[in-house]
Design a protein around this ligand. Structure first.
Ligand code: GTR
Length: 327
């Protein structure tokens, strides 16, 4: 009798703990590389807030900013494998993992930022998203990261010859190493967090990034020539681990996606403002900016970069052509 009672008690306890488990909120962890006040940091915090609101607290997200959970390539692996649920990633370091996503890292593929968003919102964006999802990363929304230009500590860059012989930091992606080599420079793939010190101590001569990152990292203090090559326009994503996403109910999927998309509206607006204030700040601090009157020699120099990508991914030629044909 005693034995029976304890068995049924155990049953009750087991059942109630199951009920508790189902009702317990999911707590997610999110990665972001940027500092406080950066558009992406503010937008990811907004995403966390909207997520809790729209899921009635069923899902909460704790954001870890400033790359405290590791470098971007490591964090991408973490989200793919499920060690982290969420990341705000640049598609540059995702390229080596998902060939479809690497298309955005072909230099000069986009005419400008609006062109990039038109592509992402159409068939091109679907193809890129499918390629990423197949590798464990589902993009929920796209963020703006403007255009990347070269900077260094010695001279304005006006032509590929000016890059020749320079050691230039790039993100981890063979396309970027190829790009620098084709301009005659020496590529140096390196984590974002190491760039300031490397510029300062002369480990590298230059790097490339958008206005807000050039400013927020302090790179402008140690590399005072910013040349508007605008050779890369790379989008960013709010990405989620594919298993975590796929296991959500349809209702929760919708709530999570809506929260990410709403955060993207905010991010894009803050981005536009920050591009202007960052430029103003660095120019006031003495940075010498130059427009590049003729970018065609840079574009022509990229032929081999395109050919290498296409010969490794012949099936993605139609995606490249689709982007080029998008108005
Ligand atoms: C920034 C981007 C970061 C990171 C960084 C870099 O513009 O937002 O995610 O990719 O560039 O150069 O490593």
């Amino acid at each position: 009798m005693y034995k029976n009672l304890s068995a049924s008690l155990l049953g009750v306890i087991a059942a109630s703990s199951l009920i508790c488990e189902a009702a317990v909120a999911e707590e997610w962890r999110g990665w972001n590389i940027h500092v406080d006040g950066y558009p992406n940091t503010i937008a990811m915090d907004k995403f966390a807030e909207l997520l809790a609101e729209k899921t009635d607290g069923e899902i909460t997200l704790q954001m870890f900013h400033h790359g405290t959970l590791g470098s971007q390539p490591d964090a991408i692996e973490q989200v793919r494998l499920g060690g982290l649920e969420i990341g705000n990633f640049n598609l540059g370091p995702i390229g080596p993992v998902a060939a479809e996503a690497n298309v955005v890292s072909l230099p000069f593929i986009f005419k400008d930022v609006p062109h990039m968003f038109r592509v992402l919102e159409g068939e091109g964006g679907e193809k890129i998203a499918e390629g990423m999802a197949a590798k464990g990363l589902v993009p929920l929304a796209w963020y703006d990261a403007g255009a990347r230009s070269f900077y260094n500590g010695t001279k304005p860059i006006n032509a590929p010859e000016d890059v020749a012989g320079m050691k230039v930091r790039v993100m981890n992606n063979d396309l970027y190493s190829g790009m620098i080599s084709q301009l005659g420079g020496n590529p140096s793939p390196m984590a974002f967090a190491e760039v300031y010190q490397s510029l300062k101590t002369g480990v590298v001569d230059g790097a490339e990034n958008n206005w807000p990152s050039y400013e927020s990292t302090g790179h402008f203090e140690v590399a005072g020539y910013y040349s508007l090559s605008q050779h890369l326009i790379i989008p960013e994503c709010v990405c989620i681990n594919a298993d975590v996403y796929n296991e959500l109910s349809d209702e929760l999927k919708e709530a999570v996606t809506e929260a990410a998309k709403e955060s993207a509206v905010l991010q894009r607006q803050l981005w536009t403002e920050r591009e202007a204030t960052s430029r103003e700040k660095v120019e006031t601090a003495g940075v010498i900016t130059n427009e590049i009157a003729d970018k065609s020699p840079f574009q022509t120099a990229m032929t081999l970069v395109y050919e290498t990508y296409l010969s490794a991914n012949p099936d993605l030629r139609s995606l490249v052509e689709l982007i080029q044909a998008t108005e």
